[in-house]
Design a protein around this ligand. Structure first.
Ligand SMILES: NC(=O)c1ccc[n+]([C@@H]2O[C@H](COP(=O)([O-])OP(=O)(O)OC[C@H]3O[C@@H](n4cnc5c(N)ncnc54)[C@H](OP(=O)(O)O)[C@@H]3O)[C@@H](O)[C@H]2O)c1
Length: 274
């Protein structure tokens, strides 16, 4: 039986499919735009025929969170006899600011609430890969412009998220992961100002860190955010984390038996980015 990895062009999906393939499993990669991915199949989650075809003979599914296609995936997985779904959700679905119910990751999780197959929701916080977007700005302007530069976060390496997903899929349905929500962070709390200082320290590239006011951020960043409500929720969250070290979740170490990779490691893993 096959493991279907959706969102094939995504950074996490690429690392998950590489890990499963290296472990010798039968992996099928699906993407809405498979042209750039040798061997990948096309999957349009809005098309029931495409979904049913992609899920034929699939026993396990790795999925990105998207409320617009969540119910279609949940029902198609049921109809296809899928045994396990591992969903890439977010720590934001755990938010205790009263806004979690509207969070798109939480909405996606709810679509799987009545599934008869095993589900595991991976809930990582801030990704280290967000610094890839910073690198575009540094190359263009020499600046990183963000609100709440002194907010604490515990960014997580994409390989650690993938390692956890691979372990859950390797262990399979019926193991201890069934029905679990796994909050996940990197191994250390740090401000984004400190991350920017580390980038300069390790790469030698000078960077001007510009601390935007919330209103400046709304103007400069809102156009890149697909969901304005989610952006406002993020702003409140960042405001709440100033001077408040981010709790460290032990999930990566517990499930993979290796410590979470640090931001220094991430920078070494992405040479030439800045
Ligand atoms: N950035 C953060 O700090 C952070 C924190 C927590 C959670 N997250 C979540 O992590 C995910 C981003 O992961 P990433 O870094 O691997 O993403 P990425 O490299 O930016 O790629 C996103 C991928 O999502 C797939 N996708 C989008 N909508 C989809 C849909 N309706 N059906 C199937 N696939 C869909 C696309 O795959 P194809 O086009 O190939 O089909 C795309 O390649 C998002 O869901 C985000 O909300 C991010």
């Amino acid at each position: 039986m096959t493991i279907l990895v959706t969102g094939g062009r995504g950074k996490i999906a690429r690392a998950v499919s590489a890990g499963l393939t290296a472990a010798g499993l039968d992996v099928c990669v699906a993407s809405r735009e498979p042209a750039d991915l040798p061997g990948a199949i096309a999957l349009d989650p809005t098309d029931p025929v495409s979904l049913a075809a992609a899920l034929k003979d699939v026993s396990q599914l790795f999925l990105y969170a998207d409320p617009s296609s969540a119910t279609s995936y949940a029902e198609a997985a049921e109809a296809a006899g899928v045994k396990q779904v591992v969903l890439l959700s977010s720590l934001s679905s755990h938010a205790d600011n009263g806004k979690a119910a509207a969070d798109p990751h939480a909405q996606t999780e709810r679509a799987f609430a009545t599934a008869s197959y095993a589900t595991t929701f991976l809930q990582p916080g801030t990704f280290m890969t967000n610094a890839i977007y910073w690198s575009y700005a540094v190359r263009a302007t020499g600046q990183i412009r963000l609100p709440y530069l002194d907010a604490e976060e515990a960014p997580i390496h994409e390989q650690d998220i993938a390692d956890v997903a691979v372990q859950v899929l390797l262990d399979g349905p019926g193991a201890e992961h069934d029905g679990k929500h796994y909050p996940m962070t990197g191994p250390e709390s740090m401000t984004r100002r400190h991350q920017i200082e580390l980038i300069t320290e390790l790469t030698g590239v000078p960077i001007e860190a510009v601390d935007l006011t919330p209103d400046q951020a709304r103007v400069e960043m809102a156009s890149t955010m697909r969901n304005p409500a989610q952006f406002e929720s993020l702003m409140s969250y960042w405001a709440s984390r100033i001077g408040s070290p981010h709790p460290i979740e032990p999930t990566v170490e517990l499930l993979t038996a290796h410590p979470g990779r640090t931001f220094r490691t991430w920078l070494a893993d992405h040479p030439g980015l800045f």
